[in-house]
Design a protein around this ligand. Structure first.
Ligand SMILES: NC(=O)c1ccc[n+]([C@@H]2O[C@H](COP(=O)([O-])OP(=O)(O)OC[C@H]3O[C@@H](n4cnc5c(N)ncnc54)[C@H](O)[C@@H]3O)[C@@H](O)[C@H]2O)c1
Length: 418
């Protein structure tokens, strides 16, 4: 697949459908694409702000669960039928990661604004493609990284960026490990699932229940594992605090502590990955609850569980969902009670009206996902050190690594066809 540069893609003409402007009291029409656990949860919040008019899922049982949220809503297996509809203003994309960009680009080109679940992309190349499409279409896209709307994480970012904990010596990001196990036995495809459509651009595989519904996140075909699952949330905050959320690291190296079982889940489930930026502290991403260290880890922070730890010359700060602590507690502001999921969705709806940039726009979502993809690529190459150019979005002097910047798309599930 050709890797698009910012310039070549921006130069491509996009024929845009006319889009209505929402008045202050209008309730936008919402389409839910991907009616699994996350999609249903996000949509329930959205129902306070708009009308669910359509939903789509390749599993008829899940489609029925989406449709049950709004009796009378149009329901179809094929998201393209949903995107054709004029009563749809907003798309919630809560499909698995390998479907995010294809659907997001199609939705933006159809004139819809999009609330897309994280991680925004399957590959780094997809991210640049998506950012360019959002720019040329002028549509709003909010990445579902709701920690940006959480007062604890926002306080941490302000303290770090304001220099309140001094100069940073190091940052550690603790992530839950992925599932590990297998091999699994192929099974007949259940009648409710269109397995080929589910797999989409990913390689065609035998049906395993372990590859679908929530557990897809343990397979490289569909994602980059913990580094883009929880990693997208915490790394997004880390990048924001370091002023790097429009850029990226210049090097990465890592070690897998538990290699995948042949025929089993195949993302690296337990690892330590170290990143360096052109300036600033080293950042280490490490899976927590690590039971087995088969190899010598690069670092094992004994006092870390999950979350982000910023170690500065004047104080140490740790933040996670529901907690923030500082070695100098007097630095911490009072934290208001906020439902960050609701607040993040409200920010999106406000931006749909105002046409202002949302809290987690495409470039930021793309950079947080790319940070995880870089670590995953490094682990797939045995953890060897890789050098990265965050402006050109290419590995430096490393043809083997550059092959991972994009993935081959299985026909007909490609940008050209959808
Ligand atoms: N922001 C958060 O805190 C948060 C939390 C959980 C999940 N997520 C994200 O939400 C997404 C969904 O996760 P989940 O746990 O709900 O997974 P899930 O497996 O429960 O749901 C995904 C749904 O998408 C459907 N689907 C697959 N391909 C489709 C297609 N082409 N068209 C329409 N539907 C399709 C599946 O059948 C399934 O119903 C993931 O990207 C995940 O990372 C975000």
């Amino acid at each position: 697949m050709t890797v698009l540069t910012r310039r070549t893609f921006a130069a491509a003409a996009v024929a845009l459908p006319a889009r209505k402007t929402l008045a202050a009291n209008d309730r936008p029409g919402i389409a839910l694409i991907g009616c699994g656990g996350r999609g249903l949860r996000v949509t329930k919040y959205c129902l306070a702000l708009g009308n669910l008019v359509a939903c789509s899922d390749v599993d008829s049982t899940h489609l029925a669960a989406g449709a049950a949220l709004a009796p009378g809503a149009f329901a179809h297996k094929d998201f393209r039928r949903v995107l054709e509809r004029k009563d749809v203003d907003i798309v919630i994309n809560a499909t698995p990661d390998h479907w995010h960009t294809l659907i997001n680009i199609a939705a933006l080109k159809a004139g819809k604004d999009v609330y897309s679940e994280k991680p925004l992309t399957l590959t780094i190349e997809e991210g640049r493609r998506l950012v360019n499409t959002a720019r040329t279409t002028g549509r709003i896209l909010q990445t579902g990284s709701q920690q940006r709307s959480d007062p604890r994480f926002r306080a941490a970012v302000e303290l770090v960026r304001g220099g309140r904990i001094g100069q940073l010596n190091s940052v550690v990001v603790g992530l839950p490990k992925a599932s590990w196990g297998g091999p699994f036995q192929a099974q007949p495809v259940p009648s409710e699932l269109d397995w080929d459509f589910y797999q989409g651009q990913a390689p065609k595989r035998d049906y395993l229940p372990e590859r679908t519904h929530f557990r897809y996140r343990h397979w490289y075909d569909y994602c980059s594992g913990p580094l883009t699952d929880w990693g997208c949330h915490h790394n997004d905050i880390m990048l924001w605090a370091l002023g790097m959320d429009h850029s990226g690291p210049v090097s990465v190296q890592g070690v897998s502590h538990l290699d995948p079982v042949p025929g089993g889940y195949d993302v690296h489930s337990q690892f330590t990955v170290q990143y360096r930026f052109a300036s600033g502290p080293p950042v280490t991403c490490v899976t927590m609850y690590t039971e087995q260290f088969g190899k010598t880890p690069l670092v094992v922070p004994s006092d870390m569980i999950c979350g982000i730890k910023f170690a500065g010359t004047q104080a140490t700060l740790r933040v996670d969902r529901g907690m923030i602590e500082c070695s100098r507690p007097e630095l911490l502001p009072e934290i208001p009670q906020v439902n960050s999921e609701r607040a993040h969705i409200e920010n999106f709806f406000e931006c749909v009206r105002s046409r202002k940039e949302p809290l987690c726009p495409p470039e930021v979502g793309h950079r947080a996902a790319s940070f995880g993809h870089l670590g995953s690529i490094c682990l797939r190459l045995g953890g060897r050190p890789l050098r990265w150019d965050p402006d050109k979005e290419r590995f430096i002097g490393d043809a083997e690594a550059n092959r991972y910047v994009a993935r081959e798309q299985r026909k007909p599930y490609s940008y050209e066809k959808l």
